[in-house]
Design a protein around this ligand. Structure first.
Ligand code: PGA
Length: 240
């Protein structure tokens, strides 16, 4: 795993945007794997700025998002569908039909997950997957557990994730308790992975990424089997 240690969050966001922009310029019809949460927002802002300056064109780019709450209406401000439009998609020229996010409105969650995985496979695979990391080491909504699920699936959220995400909702009991998420193998199929982490709260999760152990109690450690992962973190996440 290549590690880029940055001074602060702004620098993390710039470095990550540079990698994404480099790929989009090299391969205009690339497939980006995108993530929600507060971490990638700075990177999205940088990408929007580059697009507005005429330095980036997303017209042929396709995207697959990692996850979505379940069940949730797309119009709900806390849905990841709404979030992605708000922080990125409506500010750039990506085509609506090229955007893929697990459908939190699907009646049959298992069918939706199966179809999402099939679409992901049929696309030829994500060229570059952006990941955040949970304080508990989750990636997507692959939460620490005895067994992890390889493919896109419906899952329950852990108490620590519900607590971490409660800041976006009026109260903790409004946080959905289920989600649809790409599995560990779906994520590992990406050709390149860029994991972003900032702040002291992520230090333990980052530390586990950098030792030699792989454990299902920290799903991000599974990334150690992939041969093209870049961790971009700030000093606080790196040093604690
Ligand atoms: P955050 O979430 O970026 O809001 O810290 C990351 C994650 O839970 O994957």
């Amino acid at each position: 795993m290549r590690v880029i240690i940055c001074e602060n969050y702004e620098e993390v966001s710039k470095e990550a945007a540079k990698l994404v922009a480099g790929l989009v310029n090299l391969k205009p019809d690339c497939i980006l794997g995108l993530a929600t949460g507060s971490t990638p927002v700075g990177m999205y802002n940088n990408l929007i700025e580059l697009y507005k300056k005429g330095e980036l064109d997303f017209s042929q780019v396709k995207s697959f998002n990692l996850d979505e709450y379940y069940p949730i209406a797309k119009s709900n401000e806390n849905s990841y569908d709404y979030f992605m439009n708000d922080v990125l998609f409506e500010h750039i020229n990506i085509k609506k039909e090229n955007i893929n996010i697990p459908n939190g409105e699907a009646k049959d969650a298992d069918k939706e997950c199966k179809e999402y995985e099939e679409k992901l496979n049929a696309s030829g695979g994500v060229d570059l997957q952006i990941l955040g990391i949970g304080v508990n080491g989750h990636i997507g909504f692959n939460e620490p557990d005895e067994n992890l699920i390889a493919v896109t699936h419906k899952t329950g959220l852990t108490e620590s994730t519900i607590e971490a995400n409660a800041r976006f909702f009026e109260s903790k009991d409004q946080v959905p308790t289920m989600a649809l998420t790409m599995g560990i193998a779906s994520i590992l199929k990406s050709k390149k992975i860029v994991l972003l982490a900032n702040g002291k709260a992520k230090h333990n999760a980052v530390k586990a990424l950098l030792n030699d152990e792989i454990t299902t109690s920290n799903p991000a450690t599974m990334l150690k089997v992939h041969n093209d992962v870049v961790l971009i973190c700030d000093k606080e996440a790196y040093n604690g």
